[in-house]
Write a protein that binds this ligand. Sequence first.
Ligand code: NAP
Length: 473
Amino acid sequence: MTSIGIIGSGFGAIGTAVELTRAGHDDVRLWERSDDLGGVWRDNTYPGAGCDVPSPLYSYSFAVNTAWSRRYALQPEIHDYLARVADDFGIRPCIRFGHEVVSAHWQEADSQWEVGFASGATERVDILISAVGQLSEPRLPAIPGIEDFAGTSFHSARWDHDADLDGKRIAAVGIGASAIQYVPHLAERAEQLTLFQRSANYILPKPDGPLPRWYRAMTRLERGVWWFFGEQFSRGLDDHSRVGRVNRKVALEHLRRGVPDPELRRTLTPDYPIGCKRILFSNNFYRTVSRPDVDVVGDRITRITPTGVETADGTHHEVDAIVYGTGFDAQDFLSSIDVIGPGGRRLAEQWSEGAHAYLGMYVPGFPNLLVSYGPNTNLGGGSIIYMLEAQARHMRQVVDRLVAERHRTVEVRAEVEAEFDRSLQARLATSVWGNCDSWYRHPSGRITSNWPGATHPYARRTRQLEPEEFAWT
Ligand code: NAP
């Protein structure tokens, strides 16, 4: 029987496992470093954590959730949903908790991957699927003195729920999709909250609210509507279209209405094209920053001291606690795992100028390695679950064929991947991400995170396996 190992237990891993086991592939195991499943929806427990994609759209198509309690569900409900899917589809027993994968070495003689764990143990599988995601490794900023801070400090994805923040002076460093959700909660607890903002964000209002029981029958209808909106939204990021212009107008009007103080409004006005960084959604952020006990500092941070934060204008901001909402090592795809393919080829070296893979899933030179939520499959709008499902279906076809035709290995043809990457990068160069700085970009300049434009072309392209694009042995 063909053995399949999946690294992770988030949305990518669970969805892929369901797809494979339903197709009759019985030897599927998932390795999870933690003691619970859920990926980012397990790790991000900060106050207010939730999804800024409307919930009717945020579930698998094979397990549409019609029980969301509100239109933008919060983390505990999303985590529960994923756990329920794992239970309902029999995936939980396949998960090996407390298994942190640190290496994967190709074994030429047996055409297998030998997977190494932090414990020192190893296991072998015929097919290895990485589903570690793009946002699993929190990143603390490289600010001098960060180690010297004597108060409480933590990253948003490792929220310290025991920290005593009530009545304290709190610094929030980094204002992105996470911070915008917890900043209003911090403001409620702090004596004084200071937000250190490197770049301003475009923020759109959020049509949030409870979904009453009687309304839930409409979930599927809403799902279709939000999918359609998501497609238009994504298209707006791809080609500077009218959608982008409308979104910009709405965001600036939201700012104007939300922040009466012109100076604060100037600080909060982005100086780059809309969509370049992830567009945020919030109904209470502007209200929060307008409070008298909340400050927004636009000056660059030069140093963290034992008692506070120093900025380029020479001011020292004394604080008791620092919360870092500074994002993730999104460019280091799979870098926490030492992947060594045939001939000693290291994946990290192959990707040193930025990760690239055919359809985000298949890496030339690395047989029987499949990647879920790999390079260029992240989205600026719409639901990532749609992409993950499209990937799972394609990977399942690859595995089906490998098994049915008794091949030992499958690997994307190098020229197929190269041509795919060339046209993808050309397309991305004309997108809104082409000329600005964001976490979607590798230091080499390549945009390695995002898929350009709407998602249905990706689903169409991945619907049917084209066997001649791969080498089968
Ligand atoms: P993020 O969006 O990458 O935001 C990081 C913030 O930290 C930015 O404001 C960034 O400034 C700032 N920053 C980074 N390094 C800094 C430094 N050295 N000095 C000062 N500021 C620094 O991180 P995130 O908010 O955790 O979100 C990451 C991603 O997770 C999102 O883009 C999204 O894809 C996902 N997410 C999704 C949801 C959701 O609702 N679906 C919620 C949370 C997160 P610059 O902008 O100048 O780089």
